[in-house]
Design a protein around this ligand. Sequence first.
Ligand code: SF4
Ligand code: SF4
Ligand code: FES
Length: 260
Amino acid sequence: MAEFRLPPNSRPVRGATHRAAPGVRELRTLRIYRYDPDSGANPRIDVFELDARTLGPMVLDALIQIKAAIDSSLTFRRSCREGICGSCAMNINGINRLACTTSMQDLGAEIRIYPLPHLPVVKDLVGDLSTFYAQYAAVKPWLQARTPAPPDHERLQSKEEQEQIDRPAACILCACCSTACPSYWWNSERYLGPAALLAAYRWIIDSRDEATGERLDELEDPFRLYRCHTIMNCTDVCPKDLNPAKAIAEIKKMLAGRHG
Ligand code: SF4
Ligand code: SF4
Ligand code: FES
């Protein structure tokens, strides 16, 4: 049987433990992945014990408190604190989610926090999203129309046409879906992944766009699209309740329809 082993310097070792003051009755223990590729040291898991009664409700509140009061070197992304910017996506208790919308109460007394899986780590909880963004750019996520816009008003859509793109356009590019997708883990250089494919779909079905044929041509490739094996992790983890797996299936149907 094949045996898989991680390179020795990629295995997390035990890091520092920051104990809570004695007598804390409601303890939250956060085990947080720490890694600085420039240091040459292995990643480590630091333990932070916090008094739950002094914490804000969300995981991001705890990270901000740790950074402000215990260890200012803890590195993570965040911006809006409202589930809108997508920057605080991380792996919390084994699931990709947004730290700012994940309630600590739902996680129990012990919380494990890692960066999004299968990305090179820039530092601590910050993954390198360069490939992810390049894939998003590759699907040309903007309107392509040869017909000039009407001189006196914008290009209009009916209510029904707008409703078709309303949900796919709500993607916040958090990368929770793509980094939860096994097909993306193994082929992230060649498979576009669910987030980029959802963006492609959003423009393919936009009634104002006139590049549908070219967009479909670009996706007709054994890797870019067809690496999706409908495993559905993407849809399960999306914090905005979007359905990239369905969008991918719809693109496959459109391509099959062209050959039918
Ligand atoms: S449905 Fe496709 S894109 Fe989504 S997790 Fe599965 S293989 Fe990946
Ligand atoms: S589809 Fe959902 S999980 Fe994927 S990037 Fe967009 S918002 Fe995030
Ligand atoms: S900080 Fe913007 S989504 Fe969490």
